[in-house]
Write a protein that binds this ligand. Structure first.
Ligand code: ZN
Length: 231
């Protein structure tokens, strides 16, 4: 087998054309139907982020001083569970020190402030919790191969993070950031998404600042959802 065969079998397109039947996963209480095309897209898309280096400096948030490269930190974006086993997807984020005041500054990164999972995964949890319970949201994401539990979904859903714009992909409502990440990867002929592509697709999540009045946040939406149910 030549190098070309290998590339064809393991490229995003190769994987997607090989796994096509509709897969039905039966959960204890709910039926979660996931098209296997979507599972493959999610797995291939998220795997493509693995080991990407984010190195674009930001000015010091405290004094506006000049950042100087300091070190590089590995951060987990998501843990996947694939038919081939668990797979930890990490990104590398360069850190800088402010030349003036010594503050540690992270490069532009695909994470919302103070969150542990990659922003597209957080968007997915928030987006699905608009329509489903926290536990069913976790079930759907688990069925897609993303490790997340009910408590984590709940934390994000009740946070002041934004409600992402969403759309349909293979019949499932998903945040645009996620769709954009997946499709950027798949439409890229060389199969290598850049850190700039990832940040743009994710909407520069590390720059997010919650609105003071809470408008448009997930917490506000969940509060309204609860009120609607009671009335
Ligand atoms: Zn500074």
């Amino acid at each position: 087998m030549g190098g070309g065969d290998y590339e064809d079998n393991y490229s995003a397109r190769g994987l997607i054309t090989r796994f096509h039947p509709l897969l039905i996963i039966i959960m204890t209480r709910h039926l979660v139907k996931i098209p296997s095309l979507l599972m493959t897209t999610v797995s291939v898309g998220l795997s493509s982020l693995d080991s990407t280096l984010f190195a674009k400096a930001k000015p010091c948030p405290l004094c506006g001083g000049k950042p100087q490269p300091y070190d590089t930190k590995e951060k987990q974006y998501v843990m996947l569970s694939t038919p081939m086993g668990r797979k930890r997807i990490t990104v590398r984020v360069r850190r800088f020190k402010c030349k003036e005041c010594g503050t540690l500054i992270y490069a532009e990164e695909p994470f919302y402030p103070d969150t542990r999972l990659g922003s597209a995964v957080v968007d997915m949890a928030i987006s699905l919790s608009r329509l489903h319970s926290y536990s069913h949201t976790a079930n759907i994401m688990n069925a897609l191969g993303i490790e997340i539990d009910r408590g984590t979904v709940r934390n994000y859903a009740l946070s002041n993070l934004p409600i992402p714009q969403a759309n349909f992909l293979y019949g499932m409502q998903l945040p645009n950031s996620f769709i954009s990440l997946m499709t950027t990867e798949i439409s890229n002929p060389k199969g290598s998404i850049t850190s700039e592509d990832i940040l743009a697709a994710s909407g520069y999540p590390d720059l997010y600042k919650a609105p003071a009045d809470g408008k448009g946040t997930s917490a506000e939406f969940q509060k309204q959802k609860k009120l609607r149910r009671k009335s």
